[in-house]
Design a protein around this ligand. Structure first.
Ligand SMILES: [Zn+2]
Length: 179
């Protein structure tokens, strides 16, 4: 088991090797990733990102839920408060789903999923929880609709936990280009 003592020891190494006090609250790569909590699918690791390059939101399945949308809304307010001007399409939003996701096991709990997604249980099949290649397309569409697509390029990527390979299966697209 990794202990808190281990964490602090790891932090001491980090401070002396990788810490960068020049980083800002705004992701250096204008990149936002919504991914799954699954420890195999850490976006920073699998995409080879640097510290501070991306803002990462992780939830069960990496899904675009009402809570995800609320989080993005709050982040937008933070950007305004910090007076970080953003041009249209300044953000690259990547929705990251993956194979062997625990979402598949949750298909047996439709009442919980309905609450999670904020939809009636009878519409859950449209969420495609058993197929990451479909679910990521569903969420790209949702994100484009919810965000208006004005400020975001939205892409859907699926990571294969068996091979380590990530593939773009949707986008990058914007509301303007896509409809
Ligand atoms: Zn997962």
């Amino acid at each position: 088991m990794t202990s808190v003592t281990d964490l602090i020891a790891g932090n001491q190494t980090f401070v002396s090797t990788h810490f960068d006090n020049e980083l800002t609250i705004n992701p250096a790569g204008d990149l936002m990733v919504i991914g799954c909590v699954d420890p195999r699918v850490d976006p920073v690791k699998i995409f080879g990102l640097g510290q501070g390059e991306a803002a990462v939101i992780r939830n069960v399945g990496g899904r675009f839920t009402p809570a995800t949308q609320a989080t993005l809304g709050l982040l937008g307010k933070v950007g305004q408060a910090r007076s970080v001007p953003r041009a249209p399409h300044d953000w690259n939003l990547v929705l990251l789903h993956h194979t062997d996701c625990g979402m598949v096991d949750l298909a047996a709990f439709p009442e919980l999923l309905a609450i999670y997604f904020g939809v009636p249980p009878e519409t859950l099949p449209a969420k495609a929880v058993s197929d990451p290649y479909e679910s990521v397309k569903v969420d790209v569409e949702l994100a484009l609709q919810a965000l208006g697509g004005d400020r975001f390029f939205v892409s859907g990527v699926v990571y294969d936990v068996a091979t380590g390979i990530a593939k773009v299966v949707s986008g990058p697209s914007t509301a303007r280009a896509g409809r």
